[in-house]
Write a protein that binds this ligand. Structure first.
Ligand SMILES: O=c1ccn([C@@H]2O[C@H](COP(=O)(O)OP(=O)(O)O[C@H]3O[C@H](CO)[C@@H](O)[C@H](O)[C@H]3O)[C@@H](O)[C@H]2O)c(=O)[nH]1
Ligand SMILES: [Mn+2]
Length: 424
C-alpha cells in the first residue's frame, strides 16, 4: 500500500545534478518504495530535464534557489559551487508530508530503504571527515514551516561553517553527536565513497552490507566516461577514481541509462505532466503531478493554508545572503527548443558511448555554471597535456579535502619520491 504522507526527497539546481536526481528516483522505484518521491528543482533546470524527472518521480517541485555566497568557507573545502546547497533547506517546506528522507542527488540506493522512516528528525549518519558531525547527504526530517523559518534565521545570524548546508545543519542540530544515539543512522545508509580509500579494510569487511552509496566530493559518476556496450566506466584517461569504486560507478551508469531509456519507451502515451502553481507564503511552488506514477495525494496544496513563512528575499545578512530568484518559468512557447515534445528520440539513433543520443538531447542545455564541473565534464576531450593539468588539479582538490589516496598516488613511497625530486 502506498504511504501518501511520507516521501523521499532530493534536489537538483541545474541539469547536471538532474542526472544524479534521475538515478535516485529510478533506484527508489526499482526497489519498490511504498513512499512518495519528490525532486525539488530550481528555475535553472530546463523543461526537458524536468520532463525526464517527472517520468521517474511522483512530484517535481520548483523551489527558490538559496545561496550562501560564502566564498571564504567554500574555498576552504575547495568546493565554490556548494553555496547553492542551502536550497536543500526548502525540503522543510514540504509540509503535506509528515516525515521525509532527504537523499543527495549523488547517492545510489542499492535496495529498499523504507525502514529509514522508522527514524525521527534529525537522524543522519556520521560524516567520514569529522564523525562528530553528521553528513547531510542522507537525513530523516519532519517538514515544518516553523523549522524552515528558524533555519533561515539561523543562516542569517550564524552563517554556515563550511558555506554549505552541512555546516549550517550541524550547528542547528548541534546535539546530534551526543544526545540520542537512536538518531545516528548506520554508516551503510550513507557509505561515502571517500571511506573506500580512507579505510579500505573496513570497506572490505562491511562494504557488501551497504544500502546507500554516496559519491561525496568533487568527482561525480556523471563526470566519468561510460562505454555502454562494454559497460565500462572510467575517467577520460581510462583510469578510475579508485579501483574499488568501479562496480558502484558501473551500476550508477546502468541505472542512468535505464532511466533515460524508460523515459521514452512509451512515447505514444507520454503526456506532459500537469503543472500546478501554488503560492506558499512568499514561496511559489510548481507541482508537476505525473499522471503515470504519482500515487493519489488528497490535497497536496493544503500547504498554502498553513503558511507562516518569512520571505527569504526580505532577509539580508553580511554572512549569508539568501538569493531569491524568479520561482517558475513561463510556459514554454510553441517551438521552444526546451519543450518536452521535442524530446522524442529518433527511433534509429544508435546508443552513443556516454549514455546514448537520448541523454545528449535531454541534457544538451546542461550548464552547471561551474568551471570545475564543466572542466570535468569535458575531460575526455582534453588534449593530453591539459589532462595532466586537470589530473593535478583534481589531485590537489582531493588532497586539500583530506581525501588523500594513501594506498595509491599518495602512498608514502610516492610522496617520498616526489620529495626527493623536489629536494634534489
Ligand atoms: O550545483 C549544485 C550543487 C549541489 N546540488 C545539490 O546539493 C547536493 C549536495 O552537493 P554535493 O555535490 O552532493 O555535495 P557533497 O560532495 O556530497 O558534499 C558535502 O557537503 C555539501 C555542502 O555542505 C552537503 O550538501 C553534502 O550533503 C555533503 O555530503 C547535491 O547532491 C545536489 O542534490 C545541486 O543541486 N546543485
Ligand atoms: Mn553529495
Amino acid at each position: 500500500m502506498p504511504v501518501t504522507d511520507q516521501a523521499f526527497v532530493t534536489l537538483a539546481t541545474n541539469d547536471v545534478y538532474s542526472k544524479g536526481a534521475l538515478v535516485v528516483g529510478q533506484c527508489l522505484r526499482q526497489h519498490g518504495t511504498s513512499r512518495q518521491t519528490v525532486v525539488m528543482v530550481t528555475q535553472q533546470v530546463s523543461q526537458s530535464a524536468r520532463a525526464a524527472l517527472a517520468h521517474v518521480f511522483c512530484e517535481v517541485r520548483e523551489v527558490n534557489m538559496l545561496d550562501s555566497l560564502d566564498c571564504a568557507h567554500l574555498n576552504m573545502i575547495g568546493r565554490p559551487e556548494l553555496g547553492v546547497t542551502l536550497t536543500k533547506l526548502c525540503c522543510w517546506t514540504l509540509i503535506e508530508y509528515t516525515k521525509c528522507v532527504f537523499l543527495d542527488a549523488d547517492t545510489l540506493v542499492l535496495c529498499n530503504v523504507d525502514e529509514l522512516f522508522d527514524y525521527d528528525e534529525l537522524s543522519a549518519a556520521p560524516d567520514p571527515g569529522w564523525p562528530d558531525c553528521f553528513n547531510s547527504g542522507v537525513f530523516v526530517f519532519r517538514p515544518s514551516l516553523q523549522t524552515y523559518d528558524r533555519l533561515l534565521r539561523w543562516a542569517e545570524e550564524h552563517g554556515s561553517f563550511d558555506g554549505g548546508d552541512q555546516g549550517l545543519l550541524n550547528s542547528f542540530f548541534s546535539d546530534w553527536a551526543t544526545k540520542d544515539i537512536s538518531k545516528h543512522l548506520p554508516f551503510i545508509y550513507n557509505l561515502s565513497t571517500i571511506a573506500v580509500y580512507t579505510y579500505l579494510p573496513a570497506f572490505q569487511q562491511y562494504g557488501r552490507t551497504a544500502k546507500i552509496v554516496h559519491f561525496l566530493g568533487a568527482v561525480k559518476p556523471w563526470h566519468c566516461k561510460y562505454e555502454r556496450q562494454m559497460r565500462k566506466v572510467s575517467l577520460g584517461d581510462g583510469s578510475l577514481p579508485h579501483p574499488h569504486l568501479g562496480p558502484f560507478l558501473s551500476l550508477w551508469w546502468v541505472v542512468y541509462c535505464q532511466s533515460m531509456d524508460s523515459s521514452f519507451t512509451a512515447t505514444d502515451t507520454w503526456q506532459e505532466p500537469v503543472q500546478e502553481h501554488q503560492k506558499v507564503g512568499s514561496v511559489e511552488v510548481t507541482l508537476n503531478k505525473n499522471p503515470h506514477y504519482a500515487p493519489h495525494v488528497e490535497d497536496p496544496l493544503h500547504i498554502a493554508k498553513a503558511s507562516t513563512l518569512t520571505a527569504p528575499n526580505e532577509m539580508s545578512s553580511p554572512t549569508v545572503k539568501l538569493l531569491c530568484q524568479r520561482t517558475y518559468p513561463e510556459d514554454p512557447s510553441p517551438g521552444d527548443e526546451d519543450s518536452a515534445s521535442e524530446l522524442t528520440p529518433p527511433q534509429d539513433s544508435p546508443p552513443s558511448e556516454e549514455g546514448g543520443a537520448i541523454e545528449s538531447r535531454i541534457f544538451e542545455s546542461s550548464q552547471s555554471g561551474d568551471p570545475m564541473l564543466e572542466l570535468s565534464d569535458s575531460i575526455s576531450e582534453l588534449p593530453v597535456h591539459l589532462k595532466a593539468k586537470e589530473d593535478d588539479l583534481r589531485h590537489k582538490h582531493r588532497w586539500e579535502e583530506g581525501r588523500a589516496d594513501y594506498l595509491g598516488e599518495d602512498a608514502f613511497d610516492n610522496i617520498k619520491k616526489k620529495l626527493d625530486r623536489f629536494l634534489k
